[in-house]
Design a protein around this ligand. Structure first.
Ligand SMILES: Cc1ncc(COP(=O)(O)O)c(C=O)c1O
Length: 381
């Protein structure tokens, strides 16, 4: 399989697997147990916490089940803990569903949420953000890298503006770690291991000590009283290892392959890039082919052993078209014909050449069958 769906998840790195294995069958004790084996498991958590902290440089690392849970804890935990000060939250309109769905829940509880719009290139509007700030604004949440279009948001500027008004900054870094330097000054950060060659089902919320936050799970008080439940030691060990080795990942090579594939795809008539080209993570391509249906494309590519994804309706079990592409004001046809290709460190230039050829063939074939193709220029095929 030519795997071009690394924003969905990545293959577990072999060094990560190796480091995890003993914690299933040898060092298997509960890290809260006082005996020797328990202390061994606890030491493994301490090392993992240090490895993650060395990358993000924040005070507390709370291990939990992934970025979805971290986003829930960040927003609900902070808004609940600070509700006597204010009930207003600001988020970008292109956040991951785990942020947007949490906002809906908070709105149902009487909190108020403002959504920062993005421009046609998928970058948030800083002026609008600043104008949204109110007396009762508690927190802003803006992701560093968008998972669909790969755009890098102006997080440094967000931090600067927010801190001028005493507002807490949360950022979902799930798609950024291992690829980008993390800006200083973030108060809470969301991490996920499986986007960076670690295991699935583990992530962290990083929190600076000054932040007031409530737990959203009651129980035994593990993870600084913020995430009760016995820790998933092998997964946390794997996450620590993934963070420890991530600086050696060669994203320069990934970017060269990405640019080669992107330039080739943009030569296909009536093909457009979604999201800013410059402010873009190294591994992301998101293009729209007019008069092509994204799901048909994914199925055809899968038959040819290429894994990709689309923002078109019904993708990934979602019954609606991508909220990110809609927030950028793309037309129905552009959204319908969108294709996301996210490269990884295991891809080769040969795979990229094959993918370019197969995608071009499929675009031509799907357009030949499409009743909409006539609408566009005669050169559409
Ligand atoms: C930006 C972003 N946030 C959150 C998530 C959810 O991550 P997890 O699968 O670890 O819950 C993802 C993954 O799809 C993501 O890309």
């Amino acid at each position: 399989m030519i795997y071009l769906d690394n924003a969905s998840t990545t293959r577990l790195h072999k060094d990560v697997l190796e480091e995890m294995l003993p914690y299933f069958t040898e060092s298997y004790a509960n890290p809260s147990s006082l005996h020797k084996l328990g202390r061994e498991a606890n030491n493994a958590l301490t090392l993992a916490r240090k490895r993650v902290r060395d990358v993000v440089k924040m005070d507390k690392i709370i291990f939990l089940s992934g970025a979805t849970e971290a986003n829930n804890l960040a927003l609900k935990g902070v808004m609940h803990a600070n509700k006597d000060k204010g009930k207003h939250l600001i988020v970008s309109s292109i956040e991951h569903e785990s942020i947007l769905a949490t906002c809906k829940t908070l709105e149902g509880e009487g909190f108020s949420v403002s959504y920062i719009p993005v421009n046609r290139n998928g970058i948030i509007d800083l002026d609008t953000f600043e104008k949204m700030i109110r007396e009762d604004t508690i927190m802003v949440s803006v992701m560093l890298v968008n998972n669909e279009i790969g755009t890098i948001q102006p997080l440094r500027e967000v931090i600067e503006i927010a801190h001028k008004y005493g507002i807490i900054v949360h950022s979902d870094l799930a798609q950024a770690t291992g690829k980008l330097d993390i800006p200083c000054g973030i108060d809470l950060a969301t991490l996920s291991a499986h986007k960076m060659y670690g295991p699935k089902g583990v992530g962290a919320l990083c929190i600076n000590n000054t932040i007031k936050i409530n737990s959203i799970i009651d129980g035994g008080g593990q993870e600084f009283n913020l995430r009760s439940g016995t820790q998933n030691v092998p997964a946390i060990v794997g996450m620590g290892k993934a963070f420890a080795i991530s600086s050696a990942f060669d994203y320069g090579r990934v970017k060269i392959m990405r640019d080669k594939l992107l330039d080739r795809l943009l030569e296909i008539p009536n093909t457009y890039l979604n999201g800013d080209r410059r402010e873009r993570i190294q591994n992301n391509i998101n293009v729209s082919f007019l008069a092509v249906n994204g799901e048909d494309m994914i199925i055809k590519l899968s038959e040819k052993n290429i894994a990709a994804s689309t923002g078109s309706a019904c993708s990934s079990n979602k019954q609606h078209a991508s909220h990110v592409l809609r927030a950028m004001n793309l037309s129905y046809e552009e959204i319908n014909g969108s294709l996301r290709l996210t490269l990884g460190i295991d891809n080769t230039i040969e795979e990229i050449d094959i993918a370019g050829e197969v995608i071009e063939d499929n675009v031509r074939e799907l357009r030949r069958l499409s009743p909409y193709a006539n609408k566009y220029s005669r050169n559409i095929l």
